[in-house]
Design a binder for this molecule. Structure first.
Ligand SMILES: *Cc1c(COP(=O)(O)O)cnc(C)c1O
Length: 365
């Protein structure tokens, strides 16, 4: 069986380094808010080309805390509207509703799967304050157009960079192209910890200060609480593991691009629509997502041939029970995409002979 993602094999590459980091951290006796987190935050900020990286407990919290901090700063208030793509992973939308803000779902471009900038302005009202951009499947959204719209309408741009670590546009890196960004280091992400983990990046000093307090019970100074905060800290062990993996992220991206290029040039079947790549550097291939009108048949056929695939995502957020208030929304592009998309195996450790075999199977379907 060709696994969709072999996390054991991926992390085995770092086993000796992980073991050393584990021992050092264990021996230090210091497990939270220490030097490992500080070191990783500095490295990740540098990597993203921003002033601040703030370790948090997971990617969802990163987004929740950014919006929450804007509320504490008086930039957002209950009922304000946040534009967000309709075909994102539900966490993007949960971060909005968790803050008593209103998600305004905007359709993606069929070919790139990312927010269609041409559709944004129609949805802007006096209550709109933020565009929450998602760089879906690892490809940067059209940030030039989106930042221009945001500037015109005085909106904040938040990047959901959970899938796009290291994607670049004109020398800027995912997480440094808007006002603030949420990152996930969930184990299956391109930069994955060995547990839940995440970060916020921003150049905004005030925002960074508020987020640092919010994630630590709302406290800047021990036992003094400015805000009704939460506990959402990155831990020392995973910060050390992430530092090790960050050092190899460029290679990881290169290897994923090589696999994507094999798929892009090798798959030739009129029943399959390939993803559109705008710029090579702007896509880090967290997922390789094809479209087909015969998804169930194709997925079963691949499984019969020993190839595991997944669907990202089977149900659009506005059709989820959790968002019953949105069930009347008419989002035809999103709804169609959710019936067509299929994610092929891709990673830095998949063997090229396996990729060639998958391509062969796809072409015979
Ligand atoms: C994974 C993911 C998140 C959430 O990150 P967690 O670390 O799992 O909380 C948010 N948005 C997108 C697009 C994701 O893929």
């Amino acid at each position: 069986m060709i696994k969709f993602l072999d996390l054991q094999k991926i992390n085995n590459l770092y086993k000796a380094d992980f073991q050393q980091a584990f021992e050092q951290t264990l021996d230090s006796g210091w497990f939270l808010q220490g030097n490992n987190v500080k070191a990783f935050e500095e490295s990740y900020a540098k990597y993203c080309g921003v002033k601040h990286a703030i370790g948090v407990a997971n990617g969802l919290d990163a987004l929740v805390l950014i919006l929450r901090a804007y509320k504490e700063l008086g930039i957002l208030k209950d009922g304000d509207e946040v534009i967000v793509p309709s075909n994102t992973y539900i966490a993007s939308i949960l971060s909005i509703t968790a803050n008593n803000l209103v998600p305004i779902l905007v359709e993606p471009d069929m070919d790139t799967f990312n927010l269609d900038p041409n559709l944004i302005e129609n949805h802007i009202t006096p209550k709109t304050k933020v565009i929450l951009v998602v760089h879906l499947y690892g490809q940067l959204a059209d940030m030039k157009a989106i930042n221009a719209i945001a500037k015109n309408h005085n909106l904040k741009v938040i990047e959901d960079g959970a899938q796009s670590h290291g994607a670049q546009l004109d020398g800027k890196v995912s997480g440094g192209i808007g006002d603030a960004a949420g990152h996930s280091f969930y184990p299956g992400k391109n930069l994955g910890a060995l547990a839940d983990a995440g970060a916020v990046t921003t150049n905004d000093d005030e925002l960074a200060t508020v987020i640092r307090a919010l994630l630590n019970y709302g406290s800047h100074v021990k036992y003094q609480n400015l805000y009704k905060g939460v506990n959402s800290r990155l831990d020392e062990m995973n910060a050390a593991f992430l530092e090790i993996k960050l050092g190899k992220l460029a290679t990881v991206i290169e290897k994923r691009r090589a696999v994507a290029n094999m798929y892009l040039s090798g798959i030739k079947n009129s029943k399959i629509i390939l993803p559109k790549v705008e710029k090579i550097d702007a896509h880090v291939w967290h997922l390789f997502v094809i479209r087909t009108n015969q998804r169930e048949a194709l997925q079963n056929y691949l499984l019969e041939n020993g190839i595991q695939t997944l669907i990202h995502y089977p149900i659009p957020p506005h059709k989820q029970k959790a968002y019953e208030e949105m069930k009347e929304l008419h989002l035809p592009i999103s709804e169609l995409l959710h019936t067509q998309v299929l994610s092929l195996p891709i990673s830095e450790v998949i063997e090229h002979k396996d990729v060639a075999y998958i391509i062969d199977c796809l072409n015979k379907f």
